[in-house]
Design a protein around this ligand. Sequence first.
Ligand code: SAH
Ligand code: MG
Length: 197
Amino acid sequence: MNKQELEKIKQKALEEHIPIIMDDTLEVIENYLKENKPHKILEIGTAVGYSAICFTEILAEDGQIDTIERDSERVKEAKENIKKAEVENKINIYEGDAVEILPTLENKYDVIFIDAAKGKYPFFLKEALRMLNTNGIIFADNILYKGYVMSDYNKHKQRTAVRNLREYIKEVKENPELETKILEVGDGLAISKKIQN
Ligand code: SAH
Ligand code: MG
């Protein structure tokens, strides 16, 4: 990967207020995966490709990343960025709404990174569980949504998102196939490992 290009992509995304993965969140994910490099990663929410490009660093030699984005302008920019970072052979973008695309996928993944519409997290979880390999991990970003998820006052605007993020947390915690940790890193990160049973 071209590190200089990556830094430029990051700065431009930050300037444009695109909610790319935070440094500390990325570090936690990288530490989780460096011993056991994943072969297949699925990302929900590409934006301009920043996190997907970062994940190529922790991917197994012959690994592949599939990533989904519905905003066509962002898809276009992501493709340009992926090219600049010289990782076109490792990242495949599905353009469209993840709610429609996920049910059409039949692949198996070692890692699934959920980082899109907060109101859809329970749906994304259901689809992720269907495609996750044993010992695979689901990371869900923004799970604490600026602290709203753990506070009892929420503005109308955030209510649906907060309800669905709470539902996600409840489901991963209650699922006997998963071992889950919620970290306060970044905007909150849920880490759920599918254990053998
Ligand atoms: N993972 C990126 C940031 C993603 S920001 C990074 O860290 O670099 C969230 C993205 O999800 C936005 O670009 C938004 O357009 C996209 N998104 C939101 N809901 C979606 C959906 N239902 N289907 C596909 N993409 C979605
Ligand atoms: Mg995020």
